[in-house]
Design a protein around this ligand. Sequence first.
Ligand SMILES: [Zn+2]
Length: 276
Amino acid sequence: MLQDIGEKEYHCEYLPTAPDLDRDYLLAFNKGRILLISRENWLIPKLAQMPGEMDVSALQFAFKISGVSFFLYMKEDLVETEELKYTGLNMLRGMKPLWMAFAGVTGFHLYRWYTGHKFCGGCGEPLVHKSDERELACPKCGLEVYPSISPAVIVGIIWGNKLLLTRYAGRTGGGYALVAGFVEIGETLEDTVRREIFEEVGLRVKDIRYYDSQPWGFSQSVLAGFFARLDGSDEIHLEPKELSEAVWVDRENIQPANTDISLTSKMIEAFRRGEI
Ligand SMILES: [Zn+2]
């Protein structure tokens, strides 16, 4: 999956160091796009490759991967060059090496949090970054703002030898998905599993079992994957605002996954192979 970056180690601790232009990486975003080096394979640029005049004061330490720091560029004024182009975040889904794709997606999550929390929600004063941890604080009223992560569940619903596969409404292309949704305030993860299944496909489930999890910066969330067994009627009542399709598919008829970066594809593949 996206976060499985092999021998590389992700360090989320807030331990900012002075930027090393030749060693450290630049994470620059603009309207949901990321600045990448355009070669035969897209890559994240080093700080030294930043186009034009660098405003060092606009660099915000993000995280480290195996001793190398990644910095967010907190302005959107960089001008594209022949080699450096802003490109859609979906480009990261196929980027190699995987640790670089993970850095881009995780950097986007942090960037969305920083840019969405410039001012105090209580009194409107500009927020100030704490020097020793990832926290924004209001110097006027004392409000403390920690990084925001939206928990969500993904559920593989099993009926005998079949798995319920879905397609999201309004999304063209792409493969099958599973029932999924965000956790609401006051719910356990299992409550969310039951509610989302009933809302999206009108089914009841039992034997809810946790499978695996995944940080997913594309939607600023952390995903918790579960499998559950059908309880009662197999008749699907589709919620058309959420899904365009939901079908029971026999294990033998499920197509092998063409990507291994998402928890969804890992779960479908695990069922297809008979591991579940
Ligand atoms: Zn305040």
